[in-house]
Design a protein around this ligand. Sequence first.
Ligand SMILES: Nc1ncnc2c1ncn2[C@@H]1O[C@H](COP(=O)(O)OP(=O)(O)OP(=O)(O)O)[C@@H](O)[C@H]1O
Ligand SMILES: [Mg+2]
Length: 309
Amino acid sequence: MAEVVLDVQNLTKVYGERKSVDNVSFQVYAGEVFGFLGPNGAGKTTTIRMISGLASVTEGEIFIAGYSIRKNFKKAVSCLGGIIENPEMYKYMTGYDNMKYYASLYNGITEDDIWEVVKLVKMENRIHEKVKKYSLGMRQRVGIAQSLLHHPRILILDEPTNGLDPAGIHEMRDFLKMLAHERGYSVFISSHILTEMQLLCDRVGIIANGRLLAVKSMDEWTEALSDTVNLKITVDCPNRAKAVIEEEFKIDVVLNKNLINFTIAAELVQEISKTLARHEIAIMSMYTGEKSLEETFLELTSKAGTDIK
Ligand SMILES: Nc1ncnc2c1ncn2[C@@H]1O[C@H](COP(=O)(O)OP(=O)(O)OP(=O)(O)O)[C@@H](O)[C@H]1O
Ligand SMILES: [Mg+2]
């Protein structure tokens, strides 16, 4: 079993009256890319800010490489590197001078150390150019190189592909996988795009409305999300049908004239027709539609249900 590098236990953040992060627990192992997936406002950045020591923890515990953020803050954050907001860089200086400046903030970082990370992010040919000439993807790479300088165990990136073009996203993906799978770093990356996580991550935790729904491998998520169907049924008394299904299956039903529309676990389709028959509601037609993974994900996270475990 791989070593646990990040251990988040029952993490909660309250802003005013609201729980922005609600009792979230998960673990990230050495050598894996862990995706933190959720829609806007789900609580990703808030969680990441707590892990990085940039926001206070309302309740819960965070351990980085075994060090508690509360009790051993300096040691804990020394094992962590990341780009939380924008990569901090002086645009009129070269990439290399930025790296040297950043290195001077720490003790004992040599020129060899700098070159090692510059090569790792494949910036050796452009590192002597001014940052203002870099593309966003190149700035991200130098930012990541900076955050690797002090030899962290885990790299934390908050939506690093925002603003990158498809080629830039592809490069970033290959590069993050290499860091995890070949160099043994833990890579923790947040995103709101399911398809992006599918191609990058070994395991994914889905967060919605501050709650972590579950952590699964991408294959397991694909299976879990595929296991629902969308039903469109025309009936003789749609209002009553809507009420019956909502009451008995605890789901939301959309009503459009005499058509009712909802999404449900595939195994319950037969139960639906039996239930309607029991209530003497006549089915005129029934259409079962497949949903894309993305659609199911959106539905799941907008309801923030805890029904997928
Ligand atoms: N400093 C703050 N004060 C009050 N509320 C906050 C603060 N920061 C975040 N929130 C609230 O916490 C919730 C979660 O926000 P957060 O930024 O963590 O979401 P996110 O998943 O990163 O979203 P996005 O995809 O838009 O970046 C939101 O409702 C937000 O309004
Ligand atoms: Mg965010």
